[in-house]
Design a protein around this ligand. Structure first.
Ligand SMILES: [Zn+2]
Length: 94
């Protein structure tokens, strides 16, 4: 390691600070999670729009909300008599 501190190129800085689109807080996530889970269970593989489209990004980086959504999905699926597996796969693609 030489430890040279080079400043980031301007375009890298722009990429890092650019608005990545709709951004959700955990509060937003909590507000939307019912609709999101329902969409996963009933909407097939259709991509979701607007705020709901930002849910995967939030969930992939937020274990707390991801766990909340998983619990809700399993409950909702059980209540509706739906196999939760496909929706679960879309909720947690990894
Ligand atoms: Zn969160």
């Amino acid at each position: 390691m030489t430890g040279v501190d080079r400043p980031l190129p301007a375009d890298a800085v722009r990429r890092l600070t650019a608005d990545p689109g709709p951004w959700l807080s955990c509060d937003d996530c909590f507000r939307l999670v019912d609709r999101y889970v329902e969409g996963l269970l009933t909407g097939g593989a259709r991509p979701m729009r607007g705020e709901l489209g930002a849910m995967p990004g939030h969930l992939s980086g937020c274990p707390a909300c991801s766990e909340e959504a998983t619990t809700l999905l399993l409950l909702a699926a059980a209540e509706a008599g739906i196999d939760p597996a496909p929706a679960l796969q879309r909720l947690l693609p990894d």
